[in-house]
Design a binder for this molecule. Sequence first.
Ligand SMILES: C[S@@+](CC[C@H](N)C(=O)[O-])C[C@H]1O[C@@H](n2cnc3c(N)ncnc32)[C@H](O)[C@@H]1O
Ligand SMILES: *[C@@H]1O[C@H](CO)[C@@H](O)[C@H](O)[C@H]1NC(C)=O
Length: 286
Amino acid sequence: MQKIHTQKQQYYQHLRGKNPWILALAVVGLLGGGLLIASFLQSNNTSQLLCGGAWGARSTENATALQLEAILHYATARVVPQQSLAEISVSFEILRSLGPSNFLVFGLGHDSLMWTALNARGKTLFLEEDPVWVQTVLKDAPTLRTDTVRYRTRLSEANELLRHYSSEPDCSAKNSFIRGNDKCRLALNMLSDEVYDTEWDLIMVDAPRGYFAAAPGRMAAIYSAAVMARNRKKSGVTHVFVHDVDRKVEKIYAKQFLCKKQLVKAVGRLWHFEIPPAANADSDFC
Ligand SMILES: C[S@@+](CC[C@H](N)C(=O)[O-])C[C@H]1O[C@@H](n2cnc3c(N)ncnc32)[C@H](O)[C@@H]1O
Ligand SMILES: *[C@@H]1O[C@H](CO)[C@@H](O)[C@H](O)[C@H]1NC(C)=O
């Protein structure tokens, strides 16, 4: 009796200490399964559920299969996502309240399978700077949707790019556009049509790398996230998350383009902004 009790305690300690993800994901899976069945029964648009194309919604079976794959992955993973549970919970709450969403994530990492599984019936796309890293990640998780992006900025240009923003008319909030915007160096003009043609409900800026001078930095990602959010045509706000706001460049650019007044939550090193669609007359980001 005593022995069994101890073994059980050890087992729970093992789960808690080693990998809280197995618990979190199991709960997510159970809740998600119930919600999926409920929404499937309610849906009068079953053809979309069953025959979604490459970019359409996943079928219920495929969504569940993906979530099971994620549970197995994180249950046995030696490396877990860099965001803390408290930080991840901020965007998880939004995903849960919105239901299947269009979720654009800057950076491919140990969190990618998790984001895809948390938005299993929605569309999750990753933008990654490093083509070698894309191949490494896709080898283990071929179902992740990834675009490789060649940034045209360097972290060391962060100050100069703010001056460029003030003097370049094509950067101004009034004109703000990113597709084909070759003059404004903060505009990500090299993305796929898929990215431009989708209205993103959530945008997570957790890349590109911004911890050494020659790295691309997150200036263009933050600027472009703000422009995409302001250009939203659908109702509702765009949720923009910026990680590593303990760093100077992330902090300054987030305040400049996503605006303090639109900051709704700050948890750990994560800021959560809600950006409403902008009226054409708006001449400032903030
Ligand atoms: C700033 S980190 C953030 C990672 C992610 N949020 C996570 O929790 O794992 C991500 C960037 O580091 C780069 N990277 C290169 N090798 C990597 C590795 N072995 N693990 C994680 N990131 C790597 C990639 O370009 C990637 O976009
Ligand atoms: C479900 O998964 C199968 C096998 O990977 C794939 O062929 C099919 O297109 C998927 N269906 C949907 C709706 O995602």
